[in-house]
Design a protein around this ligand. Structure first.
Ligand code: SF4
Ligand code: SF4
Length: 137
């Protein structure tokens, strides 16, 4: 009886992901004007608008945040937001705006910092943090 050699197939190469074409514009929520009504969530065709909460100063209030990596720039949310608090911004500008003051993550970080700094600087600066400028609409 001859000895059999077991030949294992070579590993398959990892699938190459097709480069996604970047939308020219992306949606960014100015959360200072968001009421959490969820109208935009209903219209988004790719489900990239997330309802978030957890603001320690207003735990009952929900806000939305847009996952810019999924947004296809269709503009429906901006068109139908009753409070006109969603702006369509050029792709890179959207990431900068979302990261620099328009997102709840940033708001929460600021408020957490304020809560910790309360004893030192008092409470008068908190209202100023709650009022954010709408600069890119
Ligand atoms: S439609 Fe406008 S106000 Fe309503 S949840 Fe969306 S961004 Fe906020
Ligand atoms: S622009 Fe379109 S894809 Fe992007 S968040 Fe708004 S509805 Fe969703």
């Amino acid at each position: 009886m001859s000895e059999q050699t077991i030949v294992t197939p070579p590993p398959k190469p990892a699938p190459v992901a097709k480069a996604k074409k970047k939308p020219k514009e992306l949606a960014v929520v100015n959360q200072s004007g968001c009421t959490g009504c969820e109208v935009c969530v209903e219209f988004c065709p790719v489900d990239c608008i997330l309802l978030i909460g957890g603001d320690p100063l207003q735990p009952q209030k929900k806000l939305v945040e847009i996952d810019l990596d999924i947004c296809i720039g269709c503009k429906l949310c901006a068109k139908y937001c009753p409070w006109e608090t969603i702006a369509m911004l050029p792709n890179e500008e959207a990431y900068i705006s979302a990261a620099s003051g328009w997102t709840e993550k940033t708001v929460l970080a600021e408020r957490e910092w304020m809560a910790n700094a309360d004893a030192i600087i008092g409470e008068e600066l908190i209202p100023a943090l709650l009022t954010k400028p709408i600069s890119a609409q």
